[in-house]
Design a protein around this ligand. Structure first.
Ligand code: SF4
Length: 61
């Protein structure tokens, strides 16, 4: 599974707080995936993060 953060992150911090294995915030406060390939066993967390993001900029495929 691949995870991406597309343009439009509002820097709420939720994904990095809830799923620190999957997301980090840049110095500018924009979220990025720790790795585009979701680690084995973390797929459900990635899906949940995508669902939880208030502006729907986390994309899984
Ligand atoms: S949950 Fe969405 S808006 Fe909030 S920091 Fe993560 S990507 Fe950005």
């Amino acid at each position: 599974m691949i995870v991406s953060v597309i343009a439009g992150c509002i820097s709420c911090g939720l994904c990095a707080e809830e799923y620190p294995d999957l997301f980090v915030l840049s110095d500018e406060g924009i979220a990025h995936p720790v790795a585009h390939e979701v680690p084995a066993g973390k797929e459900e967390e990635a899906r949940q993060a995508a669902e939880d993001c208030p502006v729907n900029v986390i994309i899984t495929a």
